[in-house]
Design a protein around this ligand. Structure first.
Ligand code: B12
Ligand code: SF4
Length: 482
């Protein structure tokens, strides 16, 4: 048996990556420990706990916004404890060369991690060389050995249910929180250029099918297992889009309706949202769907962001959803290259036409490695180049106003007759007094989950900073001018 000690900072959202890895390792006879950074007052206390648990290796699951924090924690560990450190997760998959420069990170896991990590743990257990494992980039004698990617696992059901207990034993907030997240599939076939999915499609070309689902039976059994152990009054399916495969979806929703019945929300792709799908979602208990509009201006959506969905398709889908009583949340992006204030207002107006319940407005961070980053550098759309992200150039000197608009977007969307005053309002000197208003939309998002007001309030207090950071503003990693 070998032991891995995961360290994680994000206590308001289940990090399903770690939980999937944990159950697979445990099923194969290894041992797993988790420490949540937020529960430590000092690094010293964390180091003491790591020493006490005596692991063979320390693991981090990293999304780009967490990379800086995990760099300093990894450094502190490396200074004091002689153990290998492994990083995995989206940040490593999409920006491995950035991580490779960090000599505190001995091993980098690229892509899906179950098999690579298991092989690593097996080799640690038997004290074998682990520098040749597919899917891992390993630092050996000061040189980074870059092994190729593995084939994708076609049978997701081979993996045990995620080990939620690992997290819930550490976090009462998440354990008690009556909304639970699930993932029932992996991958997305579309090509929106600000997203990492097209990159995954390229990376894994020739290495198996990227878009895969658990069987409906597995997904239902996982949900039933969780709700038999923990409170769940509402479910959110975090998959990129639940309606990619009609046949699978109908089968899944039928069983869900018969055996689970907990109200839920999910992400959908609009072009595949036919009326029979909407009806099946509603009958199974779907109360709301989320989809990306990104920009209300078709030119920006299609030509700049390469999201090939027309205004017509959105309007049609929204009409169907309203007809069947399903609420809509839209994700939108602001400060997209070439976007002007008038375009941002058009985005709000468009969401208002869709009669959305909630609008989420994020300042676009152009992640390096995405096609949009490539295009932005090529076309001179980027203002600066950070380690991880680019900001789009403020050609018309309107970004400040657009950012101000993001605080008020929700109100304009609900009261579109006010949009005519928007241009004056967003340039008003004291506009910042409205900044707090955006938190009301976050409050609305949490209370949508049908949890008690008290629980919603506790969750709100614990996660509001993360919400604001996710929304955007300036990137934190600016380093050079383009
Ligand atoms: C669910 C989800 C969320 C949830 C929950 C996130 C969480 N804590 O897990 C929420 C809504 C909170 C969220 C927020 C954000 N997300 Co998000 N999210 C996803 C989503 C849809 C699924 C993630 C997931 O659980 N996958 C399933 C598990 C099994 O896969 P996984 O986590 O990648 O783990 C596998 C491997 O990466 C690897 N692995 C992971 N960790 C480790 C650790 C070790 C040691 C090893 C060996 C291997 C390993 O093995 C795992 C099993 O195969 C992905 C898209 C996707 N389809 O993956 C985007 C995605 C991860 N999110 C993304 C982004 C950009 C964000 C936000 C920054 C958005 C924003 N502007 O707010 C925030 C950041 C929040 C934060 N604190 O950092 C990007 C990541 C970009 C990046 N470079 O990091 C993705 C890839 C979306 C995309 N297509 O662009 N997200
Ligand atoms: S549909 Fe969503 S997950 Fe798929 S490529 Fe577009 S943004 Fe990414």
């Amino acid at each position: 048996m070998a032991k891995i000690h995961f360290i994680q900072d994000n206590i308001v959202n289940e990090s399903l990556g770690i939980l999937h890895l944990s159950s697979y390792l445990k099923a194969n006879g290894h041992s797993v420990q988790l420490s949540l950074l937020s529960q430590y007052r000092s690094v010293k206390a964390l180091l003491l706990d790591i020493e006490k648990s005596a692991p063979d290796i320390i693991g981090f699951s990293v999304m780009t916004p967490q990379a800086d924090t995990y760099e300093s924690v990894s450094h502190a560990i490396k200074q004091n404890i002689q153990l290998p450190i492994i990083w995995g997760g989206a940040h490593c998959t999409f920006m491995p060369e950035v991580v490779a420069k960090n000599s505190d990170v001995d091993i980098i896991c690229i892509g899906e991690g179950e098999e690579s990590l298991l092989e690593l743990m097996n080799r640690l257990e038997s004290h074998e060389d682990y520098s040749t494992i597919s899917g891992l980039w390993v630092l050996r004698d000061g040189v980074r050995v870059r092994n190729g990617l593995r084939m994708l696992e076609s049978n997701l059901d081979k993996y045990p249910f995620p080990d939620r207990a690992l997290l819930y034993e550490q976090s009462a907030l998440l354990r008690r929180f009556k909304m639970k997240r699930f993932l029932v599939q992996r991958g997305c076939p579309f090509g929106c250029n600000y997203c990492f999915e097209p990159m995954l499609q390229e990376m894994y070309r020739g290495k198996g099918r990227l878009v895969r689902s658990h069987s409906a039976e597995y997904a239902i059994a996982e949900i039933k297992d969780l709700i038999s152990k923990y409170p769940a009054r509402f479910i959110h399916f975090s998959d990129d889009s639940i309606n990619l495969n009609r046949e699978w979806l109908f089968h899944f929703l039928k069983s869900y309706r018969e055996e689970v019945k907990v109200p839920f929300s999910c992400n959908v792709v609009v072009p595949l949202l036919r009326e029979d799908v909407v009806i099946a979602l509603k009958e199974a208990g779907c109360e709301g769907v989320v989809f990306g509009v990104e920009s209300g201006v078709e030119r920006i959506r299609k030509e700049i962001l390469r999201k090939q969905v027309s205004d017509e398709q959105y309007l049609h889908a929204a009409a169907l959803l309203h007809k069947h009583g399903i609420k809509i949340t839209t994700n939108t992006l602001l400060c997209v290259p070439t976007e002007r204030l008038a375009d941002s207002l058009a985005t709000i107006e468009f969401c208002s036409r869709l009669r959305v319940h909630r609008i989420s407005m994020n300042i676009l961070k152009i992640y390096r490695g995405t096609k949009l980053a490539e295009l932005s550098l090529k076309n001179g759309w980027a203002a600066d180049k950070g380690r991880y992200t680019l900001n789009s150039k403020d050609v018309f000197n309107e970004h400040e106003s657009i950012k101000n608009l993001s605080w008020l977007g929700f109100f304009f969307m609900r009261m579109p007759f006010l949009i005519r005053f928007a241009k004056q309002l967003v340039t008003w000197r004291h506009i910042r007094v409205f900044r707090f208003l955006i938190l009301l939309t976050y409050w609305q998002e949490i209370t949508w989950f049908k949890i008690s007001i008290l629980q919603a309030f506790v969750y709100f207090l614990s996660s509001r900073r993360l919400f604001l950071a996710g929304m955007g503003g300036e990137q934190a990693d600016k380093s050079e001018q383009v």
